[in-house]
Unconditional design. Structure first.
Length: 206
């Protein structure tokens, strides 16, 4: 029986959140770890944009967006109730994360590419979202309640990246609830599972 094929890159935050949903849903699939410098021809054939993650289902359907992959996976099985949170609130958080915050994150992480402002300015821009998350986490254990939702899973890999830019600063920052939330995900068995290393996929040539 043919399995879904997931094109992924281990450290990509979009691929991370897709893998987390696929893993928690216990979807059996073939994982193809790609080299960003030498992308497989089949990946480019089914998804010309050439970014990961990409999931090809056995019927030929191709899902090219991480959130679509998450929704598909959890529609198969959602043992931890990640889809139970209010959809409007979920979309609000993810929209900010994938929009304004991701823009600030890229600039904070690679300030040499964006010399228009100092790195500190980009960090402060990103902190606006950190404060939103900190406030939410002061109300309950996770972003939208006392159990995790798809919003937590979709946002976590990006906060991980932001924290890693300057770990010393983040460890002393004024976001204790956010730091504890991040640490919880980093130490989770699920994160350890999705970060296992796969050999780089190479296509067979005739």
């Amino acid at each position: 029986m043919a399995l879904p094929i997931l094109y992924s890159y281990r450290r990509c935050p979009y691929a991370m959140r897709a893998r987390m949903a696929l893993w928690v849903a216990q979807v059996q699939l073939e994982v193809r770890e790609v080299s960003l410098r030498d992308k497989p021809a089949h990946l480019l054939q089914i998804s010309p944009k050439g970014t990961v993650p990409v999931l090809q289902l056995p019927d030929g359907t191709v899902l090219e967006q991480s959130l679509d992959i998450m929704q598909w996976a959890l529609a198969q099985r959602d043992p931890q109730g990640w889809l139970h949170a209010d959809g409007e609130a979920v979309n609000h958080f993810i929209s900010i994360n994938d929009g304004e915050f991701k823009k600030a994150l890229d600039r904070y992480k690679y300030p040499e590419r964006y010399p228009e402002q100092a790195q500190l300015v980009y960090r402060q821009q990103g902190e606006q979202f950190l404060q939103v998350l900190e406030t939410a986490l002061q109300q309950h254990r996770f972003l939208l309640g006392d159990s995790a939702s798809v919003a937590d899973v979709a946002i976590f890999p990006f906060i991980r990246q932001f924290a890693a830019v300057n770990g010393e600063w983040f460890s002393g920052s004024a976001y204790p609830r956010l730091r504890a939330w991040l640490e919880g995900w980093l130490e989770s068995p699920l994160f350890a599972e999705i970060m296992q290393k796969f050999p780089t996929y190479t296509e067979m040539t005739a």
